[in-house]
Design a protein around this ligand. Sequence first.
Ligand code: ADP
Length: 509
Amino acid sequence: MIFNLEEDSAPSSTLPNHPKGALYFLSWFCPELVREVLLERGWEEYDEKEQEEEDWNLYWRGSAFCKSEYHNLLPWQRLNHHPKTAGITRKDCLARNLRRMKATFGSALYDFSPIAFILPNDYTRFLDEYNKLRLTRGPSVYWICKPVDLSRGRGIFIFEDIKDLVYDCSVIVQRYISSPLLISGYKFDLRIYVCVKSFHPLTVYIHQEGLVRFATEKYSLSSLKNLYAHLTNTSINKFGPFYKTQKERVGQGCKWTLSKFRHFLHSQDINQLLLWQRINNIVTLTLLTIAPSVPSCPNCVELFGFDILIDVKFKPWLLEVNYSPALTLDCQADVTVKKSLISDLIDLMNYTSTDRLRERAYQKHGHKQPCLHADQPSHVPIPVLPKAKQSKFQKKTRIYKPPANLPQDKETASSHSRIIKKCCLIHSGSHRPVIIPLEGTTAVNGQHVPPLRVGDFIRTFPFNTATLEASQHKLDVKIIIQELHKLTAQLADWRTDPENKWHQSYGES
Ligand code: ADP
C-alpha cells in the first residue's frame, strides 16, 4: 500500500531565495558544497567588518566545536554538530557502547554489528573468540583490523590467521562479513544519511537518497590483500586500476544513488520493505546508545553518515557511523545526492523570518528569544553543558528567559495541530516512502509533533505515539526498545509470509 505523503509533509520552511533580510553563514571551514548551496539560496557570507558580532545564523564545519562555542548561542544561530557524539562516531566507542546495550537489552535487537574487540585492551577476549571459532568452524573465519581514529580505509587490513595481526596503534578487530551481497561479483555498502534534528526530544530523519559505494574489483576471499575488492571506500577505489572501466552492471566509477539501487532490487523482484525497516531500526538503536548522555543543545542539527553492509542473506550490518560525512563531489551520483541533501538539511534547520529579525527582536525584548525550539522544553532534566568562558561571538549575550506570552510561530503551530498517526515510515521499491500504520491513529494533544517529511528527509523517530511520548521528557529507552521489539516481531511475522519474495529468494539468517 503506497500513500502519497505530500499532505503529511511539513509546510516548506524554506525562505524565498533572495530575502530582504539576509541570513549569514560563517565561511571559515565551511565545505565548498554547503557554501555553494547556501549562496544559491540567497544566503550571504558573514563579514566581520560589515556585520555585528552576533549577526551570523549558521556555523558549519567538519570538525568538532569547543564547549564555549555551544554556550549562549543566540536563538537564530545554529551549529552543525551536537556536542559529545563521539560515542558512536569513533570506532572503539561505538563498539563499547553497542556491547553495553547488548548486555542491557539483549542480543536479539542489538545483533546488527559484527562482534568487535578493542586492541590492545581486549586482546585476551579476542584470542578466546578466535580460538573458539577456529575449533567450531575451522579456518574459514575472517577478521578485519581498523585503526580506531582513522577514516577513509586508511590502515585497514583483513586476515584469517592471527599471525597476520600486526598493529602499532589502538585498533578494533571486527568479524569480517565474508559473504556480502554482491552485484555482478562486486561488493558494495550503503551510505545512509541521517539527520538528528534534536537529541532532546530525540528526533531523527533519514534521507531517502543516499549512496551505494562499490569495490572496483571482483570479490574473492582468495585475495584478502586486494583492497580494491574488499573495501568500498571511494577514497581507495578512485585510485584503483578499474575505476574508470565499464564494469558489468555497476558501470563506470564506484557509486550509485540509492534510487538506482532500489530500482535494481525492484527489477530483481525483491520486496525491500523489511530491509529498509531494519536499517531504520539500526539507526534508532545506535542513536539510543548515546542519546541520554548528549547534552541538550536545541540550536544544533547533525548529519551522520551510517555505513551499512548487506550480506548474502539480506541482513544489514552496521559498519560505522561517520561524523561529517564527505561532501566532496567526485561523480554524478555525488552531485545528485549531496546537493539536495544539504538543501533539505537547511530546510530541516527551519529558519524562518524570526531568524532574520534578529536585531529587532534583540533590541525590542532586551533578551534572547527562542527561535524555533519548541522541541526543547526548558524544564527537561537532561545533561546540560557546564558554563564556559564567553567566546568572541557571545560577549554581548545575556541569559535567556523566554517571554511568557511569546507568540507561536505559525509553522510550528500548524505542525502542533497535526495528528500523528501510529506509523513508521519506510522506503518502498517505488521510490516513495510508505507508511505502515501500526495500531490505530491517536492524536497527541499538546505535544510537539515534528513534521513527517522535510524535502527527502523522512522522520523515522519518533515513529508512533508511544515513542513520541517516551522521548518527550526524560528519554525512556526501555519503552522505545519495547516498541522496537513489537515492530521487529511484526516484521518477523511478515517475513514468514509465504507470499514474501525476499523470503523465497534469499532465505533468512
Ligand atoms: P573507514 O572509517 O576507514 O572507512 P570502515 O569501518 O567504514 O572504516 O571500513 C572501510 C570499509 O571496509 C567499509 O566501507 C567496508 O567496505 C569494509 N568493511 C569494514 N568493516 C567490515 C566488516 N566487518 N565486514 C566486511 N567489510 C567491512
